[in-house]
Design a protein around this ligand. Structure first.
Ligand SMILES: *Cc1c(COP(=O)(O)O)cnc(C)c1O
Length: 235
């Protein structure tokens, strides 16, 4: 077994244990493997272990890997910060986008998807649950209005909410952040939306996220190892 496939098995086991601890059905939490900065050969190893869904943060890097891995029929999620000038390419290449936090970006994604004649793009709104400690994400108070507007767009399907709490929280504080996101999703569904996705939890806090209702965890380091440094302008 390669390191990646052993790591992947260990992450699957962590997810299964957290599901059991949370009294949630086995297999109710999806695993998104975050392959940013890793070569397509690493993605291929994870795919050989059984992984199908991959998350990437940088458009150009993802584009190269998608071309190299076209034979595998993988599902690609864009989880990085969204810049307006990249929305068209992102809408055409990816199946999911997790970091939507402005209506203008959602409108551009929808338009590009429509022009390309593709089925709706699956999107999550990124919620800022860390206040001043985070630069990205929509504030919790602004989520209902943004969600209602995005749900009306013709070529995107609003699936749910995504959050990245500030790093190094203890488990109680992490759970509080994640619980806030879950309650927001419940409120939106009470208001008539039908959202099914809570994208929250990374290598260090996946248990806390699953205990608070995560349906999809985004895991990089625990599968692929510690990332090599990447220049800040690599997006
Ligand atoms: C890099 C990244 C991850 C993976 O984080 P790890 O700590 O390596 O598991 C998850 N989500 C987002 C948005 C990321 O940018």
């Amino acid at each position: 077994m390669t390191t990646i496939s052993a790591n992947w098995q260990a992450v699957k086991e962590r997810i299964a244990q957290a599901e059991a601890r949370a009294h949630r059905p086995v297999g109710s939490v999806a695993l998104l493997a975050v392959s940013k900065t890793w070569p397509s050969s690493s993605v291929r190893e994870a795919a050989a272990a059984g992984q199908r869904e991959f998350g990437e943060n940088y458009l150009q890097e993802a584009q190269a890997k998608m071309a190299e891995l076209a034979d595998l029929n993988l599902v690609w999620h864009f989880i990085g910060p969204l810049q307006s000038n990249k929305t068209t390419a992102i809408a055409r290449l990816f199946d999911w986008v997790h970091g939507v936090d402005r209506l203008k970006i959602a409108q551009r994604l929808s338009a590009a998807r429509g022009e390309a004649g593709l089925p709706p793009l699956q999107v999550c709104l990124q919620v800022n649950v860390s206040g001043e400690a985070s630069k990205s994400g929509v504030s919790p108070e602004a989520v209902p209005e943004l969600a209602a507007a995005v749900a009306q767009l013709p070529h995107v399907t609003l699936r749910g909410l995504m959050a990245i709490p500030e790093p190094d929280l203890d488990e109680a504080d992490a759970r509080e952040r994640f619980a806030q996101v879950r309650m927001l999703l419940e409120t939106l569904n009470q208001q008539g939306l039908t959202l099914d996705t809570l994208s929250m939890g990374m290598s260090d806090d996946l248990e806390a996220a699953i205990l608070e209702g995560a349906t999809l965890v985004r895991i990089g380091t625990a599968i692929f190892g510690y990332r090599p440094r990447k220049p800040a302008d690599a997006a």
